[in-house]
Design a protein. Sequence first.
Length: 334
Amino acid sequence: MTQLELDKEKGRNMQSSKGKEHKDFLSLGELQPVEFQALLDLADKFKVERKSRNFDHQIPGTSIALLFEKPSTRTRVSFEVAVFELGGHAVVLNSRDMQLSRGETLEDTARTLSQYCHAICARVFSHNTLIAFSQAVDIPVINALSDLYHPCQIVADIQAIREVKKNLKGLKAAWIGDGNNVCNSFIIGASLSGMNMAVACPKNHSPLPEALVLAKQKAQITGSSILVTEDPNEAVKSADVVVTDTFVSMGDEAEKEQRLRDFMPKYQVNESLFSKAKSNAVFMHCLPAHRGEEVTKEIIDGPNSIIWREAENRLHAQKAILYTLLSHYAINVE
Ligand code: CP
Ligand code: NVA
């Protein structure tokens, strides 16, 4: 069956996704708890299917633009492999090689991509770029990391926590360090899944107020609690999950020296701090890591670290996100 016939059969076409409940995937805030749970379940299903090399769930004939303004290893490769295994085609674009770099507008760029592709997945310096893309096109826009959020990472992370801890509700997750893009989406993800969240960061590196508002909305449904403190010991006390990330995110390089002074040594996850968490607590980091800065080698490479489970799950999570947003192209909808 051709793509056109497939589109017709499903009663939609590439330009008609406006009006869908969730066109985009920009922060995690778009989702309700039940939808987040469905996404995790689907990611689990993709994980099992891949082990048996069963690629039944497909969105054939779809082309996905993967646009990068910043470097990436995990996100780029996991998305490209995910699209391939879903039966689609990934068009990997570096913004430096595009007419964007010569001043073509964001809107014209997005509209052009939407003529050929069924979704735009972009890693951008400014979250506003994603908003501009989203407003310019009807196809889904997926945040592959912006200065404010990293939602795809958090689907993989919470999938990993659920695999290890089984039941998410009531777990305590402690974020230590920079209240950055990954932290902002983590807070929302924790609230969506019923986990209690404690964030410890210096005052001038707190999470985004909008993320806290979104998380509190979800928490009203799931019963999660959210604490923001400057005290890492308070945050990590009896935690089931301890998470950190770089102190110097992409785009923050000019502030590197000041940031290291702001965070070190107080917010480093080391044996002394980690020992205050539960004895079976897991350590998480989205990677890339800077051993000796935000975390010591003993912790990130130690027995409680689940960083490689997290990294692997990026692939299964990307598939779940793509499949959900493009389900009208699926050949095996359940
Ligand atoms: N965690 C993550 O997003 O890694 P990359 O920057 O390598 O994509
Ligand atoms: N906070 C980091 C995450 C990298 C995956 C950054 O934005 O650089």
